[in-house]
Design a protein around this ligand. Structure first.
Ligand SMILES: NC(=O)c1ccc[n+]([C@@H]2O[C@H](COP(=O)([O-])OP(=O)(O)OC[C@H]3O[C@@H](n4cnc5c(N)ncnc54)[C@H](OP(=O)(O)O)[C@@H]3O)[C@@H](O)[C@H]2O)c1
Length: 323
């Protein structure tokens, strides 16, 4: 399919009937915009890391926070805040069992789509449960100024790691310095990525949190210390490609270095949300975690928001404000 454009989308208006018994009607307030939505447009189910691929003409879906506007289920009342997987629409009817009531507890509701939700959780589980960091180790994070990357950098700092972040362009590099990342790489200006990485980590890296794949993954394997761990969270550099990526070409190095590479997928980790949120609350109260959002308004701008995830101009979590 190649690069995504706004012309690949169609916006459709439909009348919404009253909810049936056991259903709830929700008006979405916020929706999450995620790279995985683009990945799900590739018709190769074997390569998908999350819910199934979309077929042509499907209504897209994704994380959303909304407000109950009608209810035919006793568990939900008008005005309740709810989380659902029914983003990419302004309003909907859904069975009560598919909705989660949200108690923001002082946080902005949209943060439950980002730092206090899926974005933070996948970063936490990847870093803590897959990466198993030890105090003083060196971690390399790609797309470090992205939604997941910013959270991982700050969590890793809070855990006493030396953090190296890679991002594209001076604004993102300035943000990484501002949040206390120890070493930064502007990969768009760096040239050879392995050379850039070994220049800032001559001792090598112990952990690589991979959001990007491709050259970043190769550089991390090259720079890995013995027993280094690679957390495969995403491979955004490949999502717009019309052909399968040709690398990493240096996997063989992982044998001698006894390195480990393991995928992390959010949908298998939802049971760790309470554990994550208790750490998050304490990091927030200690001033160790903040987050950034890029917000656009209106469902009609959602396609452009998804396209923009791939042009490098988005900082932090991409969100659409719907009401
Ligand atoms: N496993 C899971 O369950 C799970 C859950 C959530 C997210 N993910 C994955 O985690 C990764 C990060 O997700 P996110 O939501 O935080 O998105 P994100 O990192 O904010 O994604 C947008 C950023 O990706 C970077 N990017 C785009 N194209 C690139 C390319 N060709 N090469 C290098 N960087 C590129 C750009 O930053 P630069 O300007 O710095 O290039 C862009 O601003 C994604 O790969 C996503 O699919 C996985």
């Amino acid at each position: 399919m190649g690069s995504l454009g706004v012309d690949d989308f169609e916006t459709v208006e439909r009348e919404l009937a009253a909810p049936d018994k056991g259903e709830v009607q929700v008006r979405n307030l916020w929706m999450s915009v995620d790279p995985v939505t683009r990945l799900r447009m590739n018709r190769n189910d074997d390569q998908n890391i999350a819910p199934p691929a979309f077929a042509l003409g499907d209504v897209l879906d994704g994380g959303a926070v909304g407000e109950v506007i009608a209810s035919r289920d006793p568990a939900f009342a008008i005005g309740d805040l709810v989380q659902s997987w029914l983003g990419w629409r302004e309003a909907f009817n859904a069975p009560a069992s598919s909705l989660q009531k949200l108690d923001p507890g002082g946080l902005p509701p949209q943060s439950f789509l980002g730092a206090a939700g899926a974005t933070g959780l996948v970063g936490y589980v990847g870093l803590v449960h897959v990466g198993r960091p030890k105090d003083g180790e060196v971690i390399f994070v790609s797309s470090a100024a992205g939604a997941v990357g910013l959270m991982v950098c700050q969590m890793a700092k809070a855990m006493g790691l030396k953090v190296i972040g890679s991002a594209g362009g001076p604004d993102k590099i300035a943000l990484l310095r501002e949040i206390g990342v120890d070493e930064v790489i502007d990969y768009k200006a760096a040239g050879d990525l392995t050379a850039a990485l070994t220049a800032v980590a001559p001792e090598g890296i112990d952990i690589y949190f991979d959001n990007v794949g491709g050259e970043h993954l190769e550089a991390a394997i090259n720079a890995g210390r013995p027993s280094a761990r690679i957390i495969l969270c995403g491979a955004i550099s490949a999502y717009n490609g019309s052909e399968a990526p040709s690398g990493p070409r240096n996997l063989v190095l992982m044998i001698g270095k006894q390195m480990r590479m393991e995928g992390v997928t959010l949908l298998a980790q939802l049971d760790k949300m309470a554990e994550y949120r208790s750490h998050l609350a304490s990091w927030i109260s200690q001033g160790k975690i903040t987050w950034r959002e890029t917000i656009v308004e209106g469902i009609e701008r959602a396609p452009d928001a998804l396209v923009r995830l791939f042009d490098g101009k988005v900082i932090g979590k991409m969100l659409v404000k719907l009401a």
